[in-house]
Design a protein around this ligand. Structure first.
Ligand SMILES: [Zn+2]
Ligand SMILES: [Zn+2]
Length: 176
């Protein structure tokens, strides 16, 4: 087989871009932004796929469109062993998210993303109010932005009765 010959669904030695800006798989004709990952369904690695279809060893198996979105620094790495690992490990949706990130030396691993998510949760918890939200109360927050007294008042009476000093509940007769 020589460069330019018909080869499966594409052309030997060439990558064809399809209607959706993805690359056409020589093996099955499907269009993929990340062909490097897709070819595994045919039992191939990026490297063996390139070899089999007459592509240069450094030919990127990611569409131009996708590489454009991944940014210059990532594009410079296309074809490197690290890039092949990246292509093999990720799918197109992850790649789209990835394009929003600053490219780092190594692709992020799942546990890194989990750690980040866990951090986000603890941050949102620390944003809970620390003090009762009723004007002039200043007691410690317990639930729903209220201190225990105001929280229980609202629960029992349907209103925090902010105009009644909290102290009035102790000792003096309770107004309703
Ligand atoms: Zn295919
Ligand atoms: Zn209160």
């Amino acid at each position: 087989m020589e460069y330019g010959d018909a080869d499966g669904y594409s052309i030997y030695g060439q990558l064809t871009t399809g209607n959706d800006a993805g690359l056409i798989c020589h093996e099955c004709g499907q269009e993929r932004a990340f062909l490097g990952r897709h070819v595994r369904v045919h039992g191939l690695t990026a490297a063996t796929y390139r070899e089999r279809h007459g592509l240069g060893r450094s030919t990127p198996l990611a569409s131009e469109d996708l590489r454009g979105r991944l940014g210059e620094k990532a594009t410079a790495r296309v074809g490197s062993p690290a890039w092949d690992r990246f292509e093999a490990a990720r799918d197109i949706d992850a790649a789209r998210q990835e394009s929003m990130r600053v490219w780092r030396e190594e692709p992020p691993r799942p546990q890194v993303r989990h750690a980040r998510a866990a951090k986000a949760v603890s941050v949102s918890q620390s944003r809970k109010p620390r003090w009762c939200g009723v004007d002039g109360c200043g007691r410690k927050h317990v639930a729903d932005g209220l201190c225990r007294t105001h929280y229980e008042r609202r629960k029992r009476k349907g209103d925090v009765q902010a105009d009644i000093p909290v102290r009035a509940r102790k000792g003096g007769p309770q107004r309703s």
